[in-house]
Write a protein that binds this ligand. Structure first.
Ligand SMILES: [Cu+2]
Length: 141
């Protein structure tokens, strides 16, 4: 019973922290297809970002959010034609698992200011062009 009360307290504190609409989120729609990955905006304010993903292709696709100062075509890849997630200068922030054709998914991630790339890391897809640069700028108060 004590534990339950504690959980209730934690939940109400969390709700309190979110109350008042203090946190705004930015929605970014992303279309994925062979072999393109197209966000409807390439820059967002820091904070909660809601990626609304739609697989418009005929194959499976996924999406990784990677923080990096490397150029979109300069990420290190391995012999499987995938980007190496733990390579120097590559910081994988979030991943949406492979989506079937026509599937939709929503990926919510809190991003701080910096340079990012969005990419599909199924074998060969990054090299074929499923990558897009993405920038997060300081949120205005
Ligand atoms: Cu793909």
């Amino acid at each position: 019973m004590k534990r339950f009360a504690c959980c209730v307290l934690v939940v109400s504190v969390l709700i309190g922290a979110c109350g008042g609409g203090a946190e705004r989120s930015t929605t970014v729609k992303v279309d994925l297809r062979e072999y393109r990955l197209e966000p409807d905006r390439s820059s967002v304010p820091a904070g909660l970002v809601v990626f609304k993903l739609r697989n418009r292709g005929v194959m499976r696709h996924e999406m990784w959010v990677v923080r990096t100062d490397l150029g979109v075509n300069d990420l290190p890849t391995d012999e499987n034609d995938t980007v190496i997630p733990d390579a120097p200068g590559v910081n994988v922030v979030a991943k949406e698992a492979p989506m079937l054709p026509r599937a939709r998914a929503e990926l919510r991630v809190r991003l701080s200011p910096g340079s990012y790339v969005l990419l599909c890391n199924l074998a060969g897809h990054y090299q074929r062009g499923m990558v897009s640069s993405f920038r997060v700028v300081s949120a205005k108060r």
